[in-house]
Ligand binder design. Structure first.
Ligand SMILES: Nc1ncnc2c1ncn2[C@@H]1O[C@H](COP(=O)(O)OP(=O)(O)OP(=O)(O)O)[C@@H](O)[C@H]1O
Length: 446
């Protein structure tokens, strides 16, 4: 697939030409448009991979073009540039489907960095990495399931590749040219989940300044991924069941039923049957979702995937940082193979990112592999990392947050409800954070 085609919509000729030159020099193919009408013509004839658009286009607004694009395709990254950026405007544009906002004036490198994140690369086309026999069998089965239209329930530990598998099923199905829309039910605040899923009309609730389609509508003719479905509360489960049974959705504040043609894939890292027994998950919804159950294996159960995955991730991050791709010494390989990977591929991803910094990009040796949480890394190389690496700074902030949670757990004798109240977060958010901490190897006070 050619994935380097960018459509630039900008009415200021000087800026448009400057953007085009910058992008072309970096290897992109660029289509230029000075107004919305010609952007629509260019879009229809060239099907760009990414759109970069001004907001203020004389009398008209770039959001009109966003609406046109989203009406055709939900996935193409759409990046807005504006000199008059306000938070409100950014939020409303994001709600309407913009991917990102850049405030003018900006350095060309900023735009290039953003595009780098969105562009499809040859590396992405290698995804997923499947080397172990067990993974190959699983993916062969996935290909067969993809050919049907059945609902799939993906089970497996956190970070084991459930979302990657869902994507694979979608892209091998007859719906592959249609949208793939993913929603993490645990990451959206409980009071927003219903509106996000089903959409809403203007005035449906305070703050609903304009109507907005939900994820189901956005996934029309394609696939919706309901990630961490067990985190949905019981009343919303009932509404979801109705949508799945009736195959139609009603936006909040509307009486109009919208027919749906959407394939559903749900994931969970809990034992849903047990959740049903404990009355935290509706049995009828469980049966509706569990048409075709599949289990993504823990990384420790498919060790032949470990080195190919590590090599793939090293290449990915080395390229992103303009570094040579380091090799992995045989000692380092043995260390990778003998570890049990409680956080699965996501943990391997973190280990690889760290070892790339620590190895200096030459050869990854066993001393560059740090399996524990960020403690060791932050302690041993604090200054270097704080100076050079923004994501390590993020890790430091996260570590601080985790420490606060551990302290609160100790203070409240492990009573999670009390901890959540103390910290001013919902029990669900606390559960989510604790799961992440466990995944990273944090020891929880009893
Ligand atoms: N086979 C694979 N090849 C390449 N990368 C993979 C593969 N499996 C997983 N990954 C990477 O590992 C990370 C975790 O994968 P993913 O998000 O699919 O896991 P998950 O099981 O859905 O996790 P969670 O339950 O926490 O949502 C992602 O960055 C993903 O790209």
């Amino acid at each position: 697939m050619n994935t380097n085609r960018v459509l630039v919509l900008e009415d200021d000729q000087t800026l448009r030409e400057a953007l085009t030159d910058t992008l072309e020099l970096s290897g992109y193919q660029v289509d230029e448009a000075e107004d919305i009408d010609s952007a629509i013509v260019k879009w229809s004839s060239s099907q760009p991979d990414i759109v970069v658009s001004d907001v203020n286009l004389g009398e008209r607004n770039g959001k009109e073009f966003l609406k046109f694009v989203r009406g055709k395709d939900m996935n193409t990254p759409f990046i807005f540039m504006t000199a008059y950026g306000t938070i409100d405007m950014a939020v409303s544009a994001m709600q309407e489907g913009a991917s990102e906002f850049i405030q003018k004036p900006f350095k060309p490198t900023i735009l290039l960095e953003i595009l780098e994140r969105y562009k499809h690369t040859e590396l992405n086309e290698k995804l997923p990495i499947i080397a172990d026999d067990k993974s190959q069998q699983l993916y062969q089965l996935a290909k067969r399931i993809a050919a049907t239209d059945s609902t799939v329930l993906l089970n497996g530990p956190s970070g084991s590749g459930k979302e990657v598998m869902a994507n694979y099923i979608h892209s091998h199905s007859s719906r592959s040219e249609q949208p793939f829309v993913a929603l993490n039910c645990a990451a959206i605040p409980e009071n927003m989940l219903e509106a996000t899923l089903f959409g809403y009309e203007k005035g449906a609730f305070t703050g609903a300044y304009q109507s907005c389609p939900g994820k189901f509508e956005q996934a029309q003719n394609g696939t919706i991924l309901l990630d961490e479905i067990s985190e949905m509360d019981l009343s919303l489960q009932a509404k979801l069941l109705r949508v799945l049974q009736e195959r139609e959705v009603e936006r909040l504040g509307s009486r109009k039923m919208i027919p749906l043609n959407v394939r559903v894939i749900a994931t969970t890292n809990r034992d849903l049957k047990k959740e049903v027994q404990e009355k935290r998950f509706r049995e009828d919804l469980y049966f509706r979702l569990n048409v075709f159950p599949m289990t993504c294996l823990a990384l420790s159960e498919r060790t032949r995937d470990i080195i190919p995955l590590a090599e793939f991730l090293l290449e990915k991050y080395a390229r992103q940082n303009n570094l040579d791709v380091p090799s992995i010494s045989s000692d380092a390989k043995s260390k990778l193979l003998s570890y049990n990977w409680p956080g699965n591929v996501r943990e391997l991803d973190n280990v690889v990112q760290r070892c790339l910094i620590l190895s200096g990009g030459v050869e990854v040796d066993s001393e560059h592999l740090m399996f524990e949480t960020t403690h060791e890394i932050i302690d041993s190389t604090t200054q270097e990392i704080e100076d050079d690496n923004v994501s390590a700074l993020g890790a430091g902030v996260r570590q601080h947050e985790y420490q606060i949670i551990i302290d609160a757990l100790k203070q409240c004798n492990g009573k999670k409800k009390q901890v959540a109240e103390e910290l001013g977060i919902s029990p669900r958010t606390l559960r989510y954070k604790l799961a992440k901490m466990r995944e990273l190897g944090y020891e929880m006070p009893a």
